[in-house]
Design a protein around this ligand. Structure first.
Ligand code: GLA
Length: 330
């Protein structure tokens, strides 16, 4: 009798356990996290912190590389098929905004944009789509101010100095950063005639390298160079171009933006023209946006339409190890 009772109790506990287990698996919230450039450490860092949020709350993040429109739309289909109810996206092209939102509506997926704000067909921001991003203009101004400060510290003659401005104007956050940077150097007294624009065709090192090369070839008279760009990659391509043009390392100053993508550079034994980078908060970008989508799905809490992220730290050879370690990025 006792044995039967025990068996019964065990069977009950076992099946209840199984039930709880399967209910869990079925109920587990899944969200997507789509990024335009998975090869950029910035986006890998965002993914890592999205996973941290998922671990804390017990949801799942499906990390998807979406380097073009076709892949974004295909990823949305597969998210829906896999039971995801929403996603975070840094889109490969902001003009995909209307297509993304139309499809999200059909598939009943919630959307939070990170880094690059979605743009409507009339060119305005899709202000209805929750967005988390930096104050790009202010950040650009900081880049410009710090570049001039470092040039002055080195006692450079600014009339003999050129600036390469790596632009990518089709992306608003890029335009805001580079124009803010240019504004700041002019405000600091830099001669406008020595500012040269290098429109980048692609947002990778070859893209900024090629564009910067053209500028350098056109202005062989300049002795010293500053490099502006929307992120680490854009500035690094410019630095590589100055090396190719035979400009002395001591005569080049570049300050990147992101801070996540300069580890290899700052670890190099030989100093390069990259003086440092403005470290942003990929931890907040990844963690908070993942949490927003989760809370929206699981608790019906709609995220704010705009979450500005402001923190920025200059990292150089002196402090990058400490700062990146603090963020868990080294
Ligand atoms: C854009 C850039 C990234 C990074 C983020 C920061 O998406 O392409 O490299 O700078 O903005 O928000």
């Amino acid at each position: 009798m006792m044995k039967r009772l025990l068996n019964l109790a065990l069977t009950f506990l076992f099946s209840a356990g199984l039930l709880v287990g399967s209910a869990h698996a079925a109920d587990k919230v899944k969200i997507g996290f789509l990024v335009k450039q998975p090869e950029e450490p910035w986006f890998q860092a965002e993914w890592r912190f999205a996973d941290k949020a998922a671990k804390e709350k017990g949801f799942e993040v499906l990390k998807i590389a979406a380097p073009d429109g076709e892949r974004v739309l295909a990823a949305m289909d597969s998210l829906a098929a896999n039971g995801a109810k929403g996603f975070v996206i840094c889109t490969p092209d902001v003009r995909l905004g209307p297509a993304i939102m139309a499809k999200a509506k059909v598939l009943d997926l919630k959307v939070v944009a990170v880094d690059d704000r979605l743009v409507a067909s009339d060119g305005s921001f899709m202000a209805d789509v929750p967005y988390l991003g930096i104050d790009a203009h202010a950040l650009g101004q900081t880049q410009g101010t710090l570049l001039i400060k470092e040039a002055q510290k080195r006692g450079w003659n600014l009339t003999e100095t050129g600036i390469i401005v790596n632009t990518f104007d089709e992306l608003d956050t890029a335009h805001q950063r580079t124009s803010g940077s240019v504004e700041a150097v002019i405000a600091a007294g830099f001669p406008t005639a020595n500012i040269y624009y290098a429109p980048n065709h692609t947002t990778d090192i070859p893209g900024s390298f090629d564009a910067s090369n053209i500028v350098l070839t056109q202005h062989p008279d300049k002795k010293t160079w500053l490099v502006i760009g929307m992120n680490d990659t854009a500035v690094l391509g410019g630095i590589r171009a100055t090396e190719g043009a035979g400009i002395k390392v001591a005569n080049v100053i570049g300050i990147g933006i992101n801070g996540t993508d300069v580890t290899n550079e700052l670890e190099k034994k030989e100093v390069t023209g990259l003086y440092g980078s403005l470290l942003l908060s990929p931890d907040i970008h990844g963690y908070k946006t993942a949490m927003m989508v989760y809370d929206w799905i699981a608790n019906g809490i709609e995220p704010p339409k705009f979450t500005p992220i402001k923190d920025v730290t200059l990292i150089t050879r002196e402090n990058f190890k400490q700062k990146l370690t603090e963020l868990g990025l080294l």
